[in-house]
Design a protein around this ligand. Sequence first.
Ligand SMILES: C[S@@+](CC[C@H](N)C(=O)[O-])C[C@H]1O[C@@H](n2cnc3c(N)ncnc32)[C@H](O)[C@@H]1O
Length: 464
Amino acid sequence: MPIYLLHLASTHADFHIPELETLAKIECVHYRWIKPSCVRQSLDLQEPSVAHSQSEKPVYPINHTNATTLNPFLLVELEDDLSAARWIRRSIFCKGIYELYGFSETFDSLHDYLSKLPSPPWLAYQKKTSYKFTFETFGTRRTMEEQLSIINDFGYMGLEGLVSMKHPECIFTLLENRSKDIEGPKMYFGRWCGGSSRDAIDKFDLKRRNYIGITSFDAELSLITAQMAMAMPGKLVYDPFAGTGSFLYTCSYFGAFTMGSDIDGRQMRGKGRKSIRSNFTQYQLANSFVDVFTGDVTNCPLRQNFLVDAIVCDPPYGVRAGAKKIAKSSSGSSSPSQSTSDSTSTSHYPKLEQYQISDMVFDLICFAAMHLVDYGRLVLWLPTITEEYSIEDIPRHPCLSLIFNSVQPFTHWSRRLLTFERLPRSETNHVPSEVFEKSLKTPSHHDFRKKYFMGARRTASPFI
Ligand SMILES: C[S@@+](CC[C@H](N)C(=O)[O-])C[C@H]1O[C@@H](n2cnc3c(N)ncnc32)[C@H](O)[C@@H]1O
């Protein structure tokens, strides 16, 4: 199988592999990760050239303090160009994919290798194909003069087609990594096979959104939330903490029908002509918007057998949006007798009480276990206190399996994107719901608001 090169974004590195694995599942693409050290450079990369099979996940250098990658290039074996293009066409963190022609430490050794290939892979494009050369650099910049002189050094390729800067049939790309302390290849050369959906980050930029609020979620990470939920045509995705609807737009962008709810109806209704609905119109996605309703996730009016393909959510941390739930009456039910309205009014406003985020997360996973289809996904953002976090903080449920756990670090706290998959009911029907109890350990997100502000005071400069 030919070898391809993935060019990834340098930020949010911890999310890259989960995204690629999810996309491979969505697009039914079979791939095998390759380490550069396993490719025999002396042979044509088109021939079986991988010395040892390496299919485990790549551990590519990541600066974990800010989850940036020091090496945005990954090698992978794929069936053909079509699989390569299909794999990354809806990716947010991949910038492009290339058929790999060669890689090396220096320009000289790269040219030496390419010019001696017995059957150069560009032969098919040598005679009549229009083409251009492009550069992708990381940790360096190349002036136009430098780029031209580097292109001229590829004269041995013997390309006879027309150069077309606007609509070339073939794009040859040199990708260079000059970041410090990086081991392995510094430059790669290949043929562009497909682009991604990274421009959607711009489309959903909050600065351009008609209606936003203080809880609106960053565009890039809203898109990755939709990605992990496997939002796609024919699927129904639900956000029970919809707020201003950030995840609904991105899930609909990937083709899913979306619905949401929130305990606070004002967030969803917006003001005047600005609301979740007006945003759907702005994005020309109104046809995939089901609706929103006001409701407490702990007293959700959805029928027990109402199933959705995915649940996406950013529960309140108590910092910007408070966690609340409908208070129970003395009889134990959330009863209208708690109403603050007088007896002549037809409106009923139940009393609300404070809700610990740790309790909310526990209730949420029970809710997901009930309302997700088999293999459906719960995609949940969980705040954690960096120093206190341990894997035991991750909520567990016998019907849900944790498949990805990616971190976005801040100063003293982090946000984790947890992706769970609903196990098939045929395997979990014997598990009685009563056996599921909260972990005895208090998780680090317990009392998050208090710890968040204590930590902020500790890390703040004394001069502020
Ligand atoms: C962090 S915000 C979500 C923001 C949302 N992703 C957006 O794009 O604006 C959390 C939301 O949860 C809502 N909320 C708090 N407690 C709730 C509950 N018990 N049931 C449903 N929603 C709740 C809050 O009103 C708030 O809008």
